[in-house]
Design a protein around this ligand. Structure first.
Ligand SMILES: [Zn+2]
Length: 770
């Protein structure tokens, strides 16, 4: 019975992984997914003998490796011949026609993802090995690392006995930007570009670290195969997609080489619309049966070519290097450039990341340089045109004191970043103040940007709570701007600011918790924590947050002492008994702690008699830890004391029961694009009318409210899921009751029908771009 449940759980989780990670159309929320996952984990804890390597729980597992095992590729992993020239492609076609005078064939053109080549081996449908290309003959066994990539299936349905799939591991532009921000904030060296970040991540010996990297994989080729034949390349891609692999999101079938050249131009025009970097196009003969006859050179197959696009870059001059101080005190050098046009926008500044980067590239003030868009978003200096140096260039060094507060700059031994560690640093104060006053925080609109800077510079505000001590005459007399460009009085904005501050005093707990700026506490997490507490002053010694942390610790301890653990088996009967007793005690404590959380409405218990019992908490352990640590710090204690003095103690939102006849009862919305009011306000109106607002479109979404600047991709995706797309006027009509909600979503457009559409007509499979 239990084994049946276990298999069912695995199958369900695999299906949801695919919906979420490959197809970007989740059907269940995170909490429901977590509950399934926890149930599976518990079943496997109770029955370690049932754990198989293809279980979803085995994606991140095992201890760090000492080194990678070597793997021999059979057949070898070749690379493609690369060219920048259209004439080369004409020659390629002429050569093929001479080799196969009696044959006809189509070409396939697909984007070349800028990633790291790798291979996956499936035996009887189960992923047994993943390897880097290495030198083509021998690569590294990176199975543990690859299993952490959720879009790669660990098991294939109806697979041949042996199947090797090849492709590219890559990092999306968004993932790259996020990772680099994390690296910089942690004082580590940022990655040069997404490919570099993907390669560096795969080299990690600890799979748990790899799991934290936003890696993805695209598959588009095969190696060894037994028991299956794929007559065409386009058919192979379709089969790979059916198995659940991510495949190239764009392709063209071309009848001749002229059509290939047109497709290559078309793809180049689209290259910036993909969420990942592409550095070229791949041209392949579609008929795979011709591959053997065409054969290969020592390094590359004769039936394919890679056409590389020129990187978009521009020449300009660095006239100055300035230094910015961030909210966390990190000093970032920035190149100030003579403005230049690059990939459609004017570039006047480029980040230099840190002193090491400047030294490595030998960048000097006054240098002529090549500017590129790294990840196609952030302008970066590619290289210096040293041959154009005049001798006037100046070597740059990081300031020894903070440009904002003059306190000494610190560089910790294990960090590449220089930091201002003065908590009173105005740059950091301005950052905290801006966050406090921002729209999703306390929405004090008169206090932002230049005003925040001026308030800090004139020492009217040191910490955000000082805002509440400001008086009307003080604010009216307050001047913004600098002497160079002229100053102006804050004037009538003073009353606006005071009114907003007055309103902020009674804003609900979730907004205040977010405004406080605790690491890791974003809008959603703040809402989850606020929902479980009555008032702000309950947070610092919250028994609920303490229980969330305690529960995680108990689970970890129970897993470690479980006498049935396969990783840590008892040495003898005595140890087994002792551990069993301790395990039983821990299971009891888990039950008590978990029940407390259930009573508080924070957790749910999975029915069943597993050991330990299974609880799934809405508040995540890391968030609970972060809030408790913040209020335990001196700064947090002073913050609480100051709030008490001010008589501010934000309350949780009163939850009024929604009447059953509310106009939007049970109707689900997603908001996107530029709307006439802040999104939070519109969401409040929808909630007040009984509706719910989600972050992303799922099958449950009835309406996508699309404001300005919304791409067709997004609305098409919504329509494909049966969601009705309306504008703000349409929403207003629903809210005021002049229109009534449509019935349940239309049946979903079958996804397979879209995917198998004839490539020449609908080659741009938009729904896969998310
Ligand atoms: Zn400073």
């Amino acid at each position: 019975m239990s084994l049946e449940r276990l298999n069912k759980l695995r199958e369900t989780i695999r299906r949801h992984d695919r919906l979420y990670y490959v197809e970007a159309r989740p059907e269940i929320g995170d909490a429901d997914y977590d509950a399934l996952y926890r149930e599976l984990e518990a079943l496997e804890r109770a029955h370690p003998e049932w754990i198989t390597p293809d279980s979803p729980t085995q994606r991140v597992g095992g201890a760090p490796l000492a080194a990678f095992r070597q793997v021999r590729h059979n057949p070898p992993m070749m690379s493609l011949d690369k060219t920048h020239s259209r004439d080369d492609l004409l020659d390629f076609d002429t050569f093929l026609r001479r080799q196969l005078p009696d044959e006809i064939w189509d070409y396939v053109v697909e984007p070349k993802v800028d990633g790291v080549a790798f291979s996956l081996l499936y035996e009887d449908g189960v992923l047994t090995r993943a390897a880097t290309r290495g030198n083509g003959e021998v690569g590294d066994d990176i199975t543990a690392n690859i299993k952490t990539i959720r879009s790669i299936p660990l098991r294939l349905a109806d697979a041949p006995p042996l199947l090797e799939v090849r492709g590219e591991v890559y990092m999306s532009r968004d993932g790259f930007a996020e990772l680099n921000q994390r690296e910089e904030e942690a004082g580590r060296e940022p990655f040069m570009n997404p490919r570099n970040a993907a390669a560096g991540s795969l080299k990690q010996l600890d799979p748990r670290e790899v799991a934290r990297r936003p890696l993805d994989a695209m598959l588009y080729a095969t190696g060894a195969i037994k028991g299956a034949v794929f007559p065409s390349h386009s058919g192979l891609l379709q089969r790979l997609a059916d198995w659940g692999f991510r495949t190239p999101p764009w392709l063209r079938l071309c009848v001749d080489i002229q059509a290939v050249l047109t497709a290559i131009d078309e793809l180049e025009a689209l290259r910036h619309t993909f969420p990942f970097e592409i550095d070229g196009a791949v041209v392949k003969v579609n008929r795979r049966e011709l591959y053997e006859r065409l054969g290969s050179t020592a390094k590359s197959p004769r039936w394919a070519r890679a056409f590389k696009y020129e990187p978009e870059r521009a020449e300009t001059r660095i006239w100055q290097i300035t230094v910015q101080v961030g909210r966390t005190g990190v000093l970032t050098p920035v190149a100030e450039l003579d403005p230049v046009l690059l990939a459609g926008s004017e570039i006047a500044r480029a980040t230099l990341h840190n002193a090491d980067e400047i030294a490595r590239k030998d960048i000097r003030v006054g240098d002529r340089v090549w500017v590129v868009k790294a990840g196609d978003v952030i302008p970066a200096i590619e290289s210096v045109l040293t041959e154009k140096r005049t001798g006037e260039e100046r070597v740059f060094s990081m300031p020894e004191t903070c440009p904002e507060c003059d306190s000494p700059v610190v560089r910790r031994e294990d960090e590449v970043a220089h930091r201002c560690v003065n908590p009173a640093c105005p740059a950091q104060r301005v950052g905290r103040l801006e966050h406090f006053a921002s729209r999703d925080a306390l929405d004090i609109r008169a206090i932002g940007g230049k005003v925040a800077e001026a308030l800090v510079a004139q020492e009217l505000v040191r910490d955000p709570l000082d805002l509440f001590s400001l008086t009307l005459p003080q604010l009216e007399a307050f001047r913004i701007g600098d002497e160079a460009s002229g100053t102006r009085r804050f004037g009538k904005n003073a009353q606006t600011a005071l009114d907003a501050l007055d309103a902020a005093r009674t804003l609900p707990l979730d907004r205040w918790l977010f405004a406080t700026g605790i690491p890791g506490i974003g809008v959603t997490v703040a809402e989850q924590i606020a929902a479980a507490h009555a008032r702000f002053s309950d947070l610092d010694a919250s028994p609920i947050l303490q229980a969330v942390v305690r529960l995680a610790e108990l689970y970890a301890e129970a897993a470690a002492v479980n006498p049935r653990s396969t990783l840590n088996r008892p040495q003898n009967d005595e140890e087994r008994e002792e551990r069993q007793a301790r395990f039983n005690r821990l299971c009891g404590e888990i039950g008590v702690t978990g029940d407390e959380l259930v009573a508080a409405g924070v957790a749910t218990k999975t029915p069943g008699s597993t050991l330990p019992p299974l609880y799934s908490s809405v508040i995540k352990t890391e968030a609970a830890r972060s809030v408790l640590a913040y209020f335990a710090s001196d700064y947090g204690q002073r913050y609480l004391a100051r709030l008490r003095e001010l008589g501010i103690d934000p309350q949780a939102k009163a939850r009024l029961p929604v009447p059953a006849d509310a106009p939007l009862a049970g109707v689900t919305f997603v908001l996107t694009g530029t709307l006439s009011q802040p999104r939070t306000q519109i969401a409040e109106q929808i909630k007040a009318a009984g509706g719910t607002v989600q972050d992303a479109v799922t099958k449950q979404t009835r309406y996508l409210v699309a404001g300005g600047n919304v791409g067709a991709t997004k609305t098409n995706k919504a329509r494909a899921l049966g969601t009705t797309v309306i504008d703000e006027a349409g929403l207003l009509a629903l809210l005021t009751g002049t229109a009534t909600p449509s019935s349940a979503p239309a049946p979903e457009t079958p996804r397979t029908a879209q995917k198998t559409a004839d490539p020449p007509d609908t080659p741009y499979r938009q729904q896969e771009l998310f």
